[in-house]
Design a protein around this ligand. Sequence first.
Ligand SMILES: Cc1ncc(COP(=O)(O)O)c(C=O)c1O
Length: 376
Amino acid sequence: MTQVERLPRDTGKLIPLVEPWFPPSYADAVRDQVLSGYLGPGRTTQEFTTALAHVVGSPRALATVSGTVALTVAAHAIGLRPGDEVLVPAYGVISTINAFASAGLRPRLVDIDRRTACLSAAGVAEALTPATRAVCFVNFSGYTGRNVADIAALCRQRGVPLVEDAAGALGHAHGGRAAGTFGDVGTYSFSVPKVLTTGQGGALVARDNATFDRAAAYIDHGDLEWRRTNLNRGIGTNLRFTDLQASLGLCQLRDLDARLERRRASYAAMRERLGATLFRVPGGEAPLHNIVLTNRPDDLVDALRQSAITAVRQYRTLSQHPAYMELAVRPFPNADYWTARAVYLPFGMAMTAADAARVADAVVGSGLPLDSLDQS
Ligand SMILES: Cc1ncc(COP(=O)(O)O)c(C=O)c1O
């Protein structure tokens, strides 16, 4: 479309920040699972993880209760112990840092690269010290590009394990390699805003079998054989997925291309109107979120509310949270830039191209200045 049609400023229907989207056939699959009588982790969970491993090109995948827990399990699987230092991006969702800090690890913040809101190889190289036991790269809003490939190479060279938090990047790839498979361990989230959601849920993939087995044993009481042997050789806990969730997840995995296409279509409708002021990620996929940056973020949120559109300011420089104030040992100018200016517009699977156009028109109609990130 070359001619951008202006839609009415307020159509009356509230556009929420995010809503999942399921065709009725998915409900039939969940109903069939319930009627089968198998609800706990069993054959459908196995089918789901096998399909997931296939999609991301990894030998095996392990499903667990959330993306946050998948990161904690990843830390355990690569041998991190309480007190160990992990580098994490200074800006973003609280889940990543909490996953490590709640296990007694010591997160250290590294500023993000302004263009991508991800860690850069230069930033990580500068931050690595002999005390660093792991690096966590977050694929911000699905970003899967050079930064993660370069950081994976750097970590290999320096002998530091890399955890890739690909929570929102399922289906994204760079150089033929799937998000989540660049590091020693990669994790995914199936929370409600994601392209694939099971309500709550997460998964993990690992480069080597021993790491994978440690993760698999940990989420099932520390031993992969204990139900057969009645002996537990390690300490673990119960963080397993359920067949009920897997039945819903499996439908979406089978439809993953179509779901990604649906997301691309709503993003394209917004991008057509907002151009380079709408955050993008490299490659052909849409970012998970629709983000614009402005020096008047609260005014933009208010203006959109007038048009029955829910937008929010979310995420911040992590050392601004009372729980992590002691990590403010140096300035994080790029994290602060994103904290001060990012507005998260409606996104997600239920959003149609028409809704996306209405949101973008309301952003343009607000007359507020928007930044353009140089993402060339
Ligand atoms: C980058 C990132 N990491 C981790 C998580 C945590 O996932 P979950 O909500 O499934 O625990 C999220 C969830 O939004 C996320 O966006």
